[in-house]
Design a binder for this molecule. Sequence first.
Ligand SMILES: [Zn+2]
Length: 187
Amino acid sequence: MACCKERGETEPVQGIALEFCGVCGVKAKKVNRITVEQILESEHQNEVIETLYHYCETPICNVVYFSNETGQYFNKNDVRVRVGIKETEDPVQICYCFDFTEQMVRDDLITKGHTAIPEFITTEIQAGNCACEVKNPSGRCCLGEVSKVVKRLLKEREGLAAGERTFEPACADLRVSSSHDCCALKE
Ligand SMILES: [Zn+2]
């Protein structure tokens, strides 16, 4: 029993638990073989065999899929999509079935103050138009991840708005009679 180990027992190297990424050491979720097959670059597709694959979700870890049973590790370079959770630069893909990116949510929030992307995805899912199992590297529905991103970006916007409010008076005090928009109005 792993939780009750005593007498200085150590884990044999070969005995690394199946669900832990051997690179970042974080527990990963199981992923279906069909997902691995579809997401891998074509040159790696025939390497997919009958084994238990896991999907590493650690943002800073390069590993995407692994099997500790076979020792196979597939990295970001081995897959045909950009794995959104592992990217910080645009485009950061958040929905693979309908091609939404983080920037699209951000643009919605800037121009409209809200986004209908989660509703759109929900409607499409209900209509049976999504194919997360073969398009999303996680093999799971993106909606949870999309909602998280929307919440995070909304917070980011609120933070910005608060910043703008405190900035305004200072700007008005400048009373610069230049072409600087926000100050030109104050005589
Ligand atoms: Zn990892």
